[in-house]
Structure formats: C-alpha cells, structure tokens
Design a binder for this molecule. Structure first.
Ligand code: UGA
Ligand code: MN
Length: 239
C-alpha cells in the first residue's frame, strides 16, 4: 500500500531546515507520496525546488488559512490538511493517510508499521505536553484509554502525529474543524471511530517512533544586514 504523508507548511526561517530533514527521512521510505500543503496563496518556489530534488512523488498544494485565523492561538495547519483531504478524495481510492507536521521527527520503522493499518492505527508520540509523551493505553492488545497531559474533554486525546488511517475507511464526511486543540479528536470522531476498532502499533504502544520536536525560533539579528547583496538563493522567510 502507498502511504500519503500530509505535511502542512508555512514560510519562516526554520522552514527549509525542517523540510530538508523531513525530506531526507522520507527519501528512505518506499511507496510514499508526499502531500505538502503551503499556508499561502501561492506555492513556494524554494520548497518546490526541494521537492523536485528529493525525487519523491509529491503533490504541492496552495492552501492559505482563512484571514480570520491570523493572529495568536489559531488552529495551525487546518486549511492545509483540509486541502489535502479534498485532493485525496478526488484522486486516491486506497492507501494510508498520515498527518506529519514539517517539524516532527519520525523513525523509519513507523512507516513499516502504519502501512498495514486496516482502519485507524495509533501509537505514542514523544515530547508532548507536561508528561513528555501522549499515548494510548493498551490492555490485552486493545486500546482502553489514553495518557495525555491535556484531556480537554476529548474522546480521543491524541496528537496529530499519533495515528494513521486507511483511506478506504475514510468517510466522505471526514472533516477537521478550525478549533485549536480539537483538530485530531473531531477528525477521528467524524470518521465514526469506536475505541475497540483502534489498532495499537509500536509494540502495543510501548515504543516511541515519532516525536513532536520543536525548533527554537530563529531571532533576526538586530544589525541591519542586506542579505540581497550576498546574492543568496535561499531567502525564504529570512528577510
Ligand atoms: C500541535 C500539533 O502537533 C499540530 O498537529 C496541531 O495542528 C497544532 O498543535 C494545533 O493544534 O494547532 P504545534 O507544534 O503546536 O502543533 O504547531 P506547529 O508545528 O507550529 O504547526 C503545526 C503544522 O501547521 C506544522 O506543519 C506547521 O508548518 C503548520 N502551520 C503552522 C501552518 O501551516 N501555518 C501556520 O501559520 C502555522
Ligand atoms: Mn510542531
């Protein structure tokens, strides 16, 4: 089965290093299609060059967030993932869908495991919240509860990178809301998912194979340097 790896992205100084690292991971994975959805009204030329150089099959979508969601504490990556979902609906009948942000770190073993997802599989994500990990709790091979530092009255308190879906199982009604903190849960609920349908991976959720890494924000130098005069090809978000 093909894996469709859905990555929201947006221009900023850390964008190219994040995507370079992620591309170099995905280049080791067979049968993968990278859907990169750009949070701006056009597709970044720099990102396009990287996608071409990677040699990976890819789809690059322009998917700017609606203007009202600019500012602070807005839901991140939702317009991007919605655009990817509608592209999948129109173009793909089978395969595995995985939401992997541009700043996550993924162990190659995760790809082998999610490829066999029947409906929805779940697994731990490292470096999440106060507890340092967000994971389903598994008893006798079944998911019975969740361990996450913020339950937020969610049915499925999991991170975006903590589950994979078989596209054949995805309903046309599958949707992701613009509600910060509830994107994952509402999406899984919209699939009509039941607790006993969840397939635990990563040795019954005892191994961390993906991390919610966060790169420190680059601080622009206060000194005014004219980067244009250096004729750098890579300006994306730096100036
Ligand atoms: C956490 C979760 O890991 C995200 O999957 C979830 O969407 C987000 O919270 C949320 O609930 O809003 P976090 O690390 O806090 O993510 O957020 P970012 O990594 O900054 O953003 C998530 C994704 O959206 C990234 O792939 C990022 O490139 C993208 N993004 C972020 C945009 O496309 N536009 C933005 O303005 C900001
Ligand atoms: Mn992140």
């Amino acid at each position: 089965k093909m894996i469709y790896y859905v990555t929201p992205t947006y221009p900023r100084p850390e964008q190219m290093p994040e995507l370079t690292r992620l591309a170099h991971t995905l280049m080791h994975v067979p049968r993968i299609h990278w859907i990169v959805a750009d949070d701006q009204p056009h597709c970044s030329d720099t990102v396009l060059k990287l996608l071409r150089r990677s040699g990976l099959p890819f789809t690059f979508i322009s998917s700017p967030k609606p203007f009202v969601y600019r500012g602070t504490n807005f839901p991140r990556g939702v317009a991007n993932r919605r655009a990817a979902l509608s592209w999948l609906r129109e173009n793909v009948q089978e395969g595995i869908l995985y939401f992997g942000d541009d700043d996550n770190t993924v162990d190659l073993q995760l790809f082998d495991e999610i490829r066999n997802t029947k409906k929805v599989s779940m697994f731990p994500v490292g470096l999440i919240g106060d507890y340092g990990v967000s994971t389903p709790i598994v008893k006798d091979g079944k998911v019975v509860a969740f361990f996450d530092s913020w339950s937020g009255s969610r049915t499925f308190p999991v991170d975006m990178a903590g589950f994979a879906i078989n596209i054949e199982y995805m309903k046309p009604s599958a949707s992701m809301p613009y509600i910060a903190g509830h994107e994952e849960d509402r999406f899984l609920v919209s699939l009509g998912l039941k607790l006993d349908e969840i397939e635990p991976l990563a040795a019954n959720c005892s191994k961390v194979l993906v991390w919610h890494t966060k790169t420190a924000k680059y601080k622009k130098p206060s000194l005014k340097i004219d980067l244009h005069s250096l004729c750098l090809d890579y300006y994306n978000g730096l100036i």
